[in-house]
Design a binder for this molecule. Structure first.
Ligand code: WTA
Length: 628
């Protein structure tokens, strides 16, 4: 039986949302109690005012003290097949030692620590060690480039960076430390005083560069450290972490989350959405470099004391059944992944999951992008054996925790719909003017503050206010389109701004455009999202070349690789189209909507506002001739 089997949780939260959140908060351990649940002065929220709480103590010490000390916290599998299991007590000791190590390097409360690591247990250990001493972590996905590291390190003025010599991906070693070295050659990163390097690779180190004034091995740092470290009594509103995500400009924004509200939001949603129980084996396949890994590998599940699986590598390594083997081997009961992955599994064929015993599964989850009904049904039938409910969870880096989702056992699902707002969350669909849409399409909106909401954009108050809080009074604008059906269910339609959600990852069109114009051949670029069978949306780039530049055959590939090298492989365009002109309004704004029509082969939309209407027709002809 699922924990929530009726409407009671919704009714309780509707009747008094603040009392509901306070009740959730009471289940965590506070060092000092709060005075008020919420102080709200749009757009500034203070939750659990004056309360003191430590995030790592809630994820570790609380369980060690309550008898779960020898429960497996993380069962880890490396891509090459190595295995480790860490109990809650192991985690507490490792986190404490590393926290003491950070202190010995001079890292203090409020300092920023960048983390650039493969999916090894030391990644959550590093995050929790920062939380333990009140340092602010900024995890940077290990697929990002040296340039992306520079942007993020310099924006946050990180004092230390934690990395590894290598990480495994599809049988290859990612040279993470070498990429960090590249980034640190840039004077914009001179805030960094220390680089801590976890040794993932046991083969001889070859030409790993080492700067002994700055670099220290993880194992040397912790060698003589005590495994006791008092958790810092952080304020509920002290910053827990910064996580960079793409927006509509070329510069990623550092989303700021604080401690108390974030812990309450992730704890409560993990507990109720995944219906966590003592004997569960929970597996969220995200990377800790994204918010999903922060909230549903590290903080939410660990605050609930659940056992979870962590896997380092690719789903198709060495074969396309790696995930199903892991589920079979460890008896995974809850599996949380992204629609992109599900569509890839579908394409790879049923023989892979069919050959494995997946009967331990009892609940499936989806996150990161809209799930098409066909993928939903396949997931339900082939992976869930028709018996596991699916929770399609809508949320964002900014929301910190799941916002719209079914609760298993309480909400009847419909393939492709994220269904209802989580108890205590007031979601709506509005028109651009702020009128409520009861049924039909519009813009998704969140009315009232919620505990795990972002508290700002690091160092950019103006952008925080204008991006999220300027569309409607006192209402949060997430940037997604949505519709409501006759039952009031939400159907998320995707981004309505210049952010592309490709393969479940957010990339700003401007980021890719600036990477393209950084190439000497490119004068101008315009990037759009186009439909894609596996990725949901893929990146298509239209580029104008500099006059002097000859268009050679490899140029499209060269430009794709250039973007991958500037930003990271996730931003690599699916298509690059060399154009002679771009459609612009009379005020010079590129009309991406028209480019999307061209790239997807649709009939052309309204061209009346174009400065030169013939441009699109010409582009279309060129594009069709290339597509053949
Ligand atoms: C999209 C990921 C439809 C949405 C947790 C949002 C979804 C963006 C869903 C946030 C879903 C996330 N259905 N779309 N269940 N979940 N999205 O910040 O466009 O990486 O704005 O957070 O992903 O992406 P982010």
């Amino acid at each position: 039986m699922a924990r929530v089997v009726d409407e009671s949780l919704y009714e309780k939260a509707d009747a008094d949302p603040l009392a509901f959140w306070a009740e959730m908060a009471q289940e965590l351990e506070w060092i000092a109690p709060w005075t008020d649940v919420l102080r709200w002065n749009t757009p500034d929220a203070e939750w659990f005012v004056d309360g003191k709480i430590n995030a790592s103590a809630n994820c570790l010490d609380r369980h060690v003290a309550s008898g779960l000390r020898n429960r497996a916290a993380i069962i880890w599998e490396g891509e090459p097949g190595d295995e480790r299991t860490l109990t809650y007590w192991d985690m507490l000791r490792e986190v404490s030692k590393f926290a003491n190590g950070l202190k010995s390097l001079g890292v203090r409360k409020g300092d920023r620590v960048a983390i650039y690591m493969p999916m090894v247990p030391e990644l959550p250990i590093a995050m929790l060690a920062c939380a333990r001493i009140g340092a602010i972590h900024s995890v940077i996905f290990a697929g990002f480039s040296a340039d992306s590291l520079v942007d993020r390190i310099s924006d946050a003025k990180a004092k230390a960076i934690i990395t590894a010599d290598a990480g495994w991906r599809r049988g290859n070693k990612l040279p993470l430390k070498a990429i960090v070295d590249d980034a640190l050659d840039n004077p914009d990163t001179n805030s960094v005083e220390h680089v801590v390097v976890y040794q993932r690779d046991t083969t001889p180190l070859g030409d790993l560069a080492w700067n002994s004034d700055r670099d220290v091995w993880w194992h040397d740092l912790v060698a003589n450290m005590s495994f006791h470290c008092r958790p810092e009594p952080t304020n509920a509103e002290d910053v827990l972490f910064i996580l960079y995500t793409s927006g509509t400009t070329g510069k990623p924004k550092g989303i700021v989350h604080t401690t108390g509200g974030y812990m309450v939001g992730t704890y409560a949603t993990a507990k109720y959405v995944f219906d966590l129980r003592d004997d569960d084996v929970f597996w969220c396949t995200a990377d800790c470099g994204w918010v999903t890994g922060h909230s549903y590998i590290v903080y939410g599940p660990m605050a609930n004391g659940v056992t979870q699986i962590m896997y380092e590598g690719a789903p198709d390594w060495p074969k396309r059944d790696r995930f199903w083997r892991i589920i079979e081997k460890y008896g995974v009961s809850i599996f949380y992944t992204a629609p992109t992955a599900i569509r890839a599994f579908m394409k790879w064929g049923n023989e892979w999951p069919d050959a494995r015993d997946l009967s331990s599964l009892r609940l499936l989850g989806s996150v990161g992008e809209p799930i098409n009904p066909e993928a939903w049904v396949w997931y339900h039938e082939v992976i869930g054996g028709r018996s596991s409910p699916i929770v399609d969870t809508w949320w964002q880096t900014e929301t910190g925790a799941i916002m719209i989702t079914p609760l298993p056992g309480a909400v009847t699902t419909k393939p492709g719909s994220a269904t209802r707002a989580f108890p205590g969350i007031q979601a709506e669909v509005l028109t651009p003017d702020g009128e409520t849409v009861e049924t039909g399409g519009g813009l998704l909106a969140i009315r009232d503050p919620w505990p795990s909401m972002l508290r700002g954009i690091w160092g950019d108050r103006e952008r925080f206010v204008s991006t999220y809080w300027s569309k409607w009074p006192h209402t949060y604008f997430p940037g997604d389109g949505a519709k409501r059906d006759d039952d009031g269910y939400f159907w998320i339609l995707g981004r309505v701004d210049d952010v592309i959600n490709t393969a479940g990852h957010r990339i700003g069109t401007m980021e890719v455009e600036s990477a393209l114009v950084d190439h000497p051949a490119v004068a101008e670029a315009a990037v759009v999202g186009i439909e894609h069978e596996i990725k949901g949306i893929a990146i298509a780039a239209f580029v104008l070349l500099r006059e002097a530049h000859e268009h050679d055959e490899d140029l499209e590939q060269t430009l794709k690789d250039h973007v991958a090298q500037k930003i990271g492989a996730i931003a690599k365009p699916e298509k690059v189209l060399i154009a002679v002109d771009l459609p612009k309004t009379r005020s010079g704004k590129i009309m991406r909507r028209l480019l999307r029509d061209v790239a997807e082969g649709h009939a052309l939309g309204d061209t009346t506002t174009l400065a030169d209407p013939s441009v699109v027709a010409r582009l279309k002809t060129e594009y069709e001739s290339i597509e053949g």
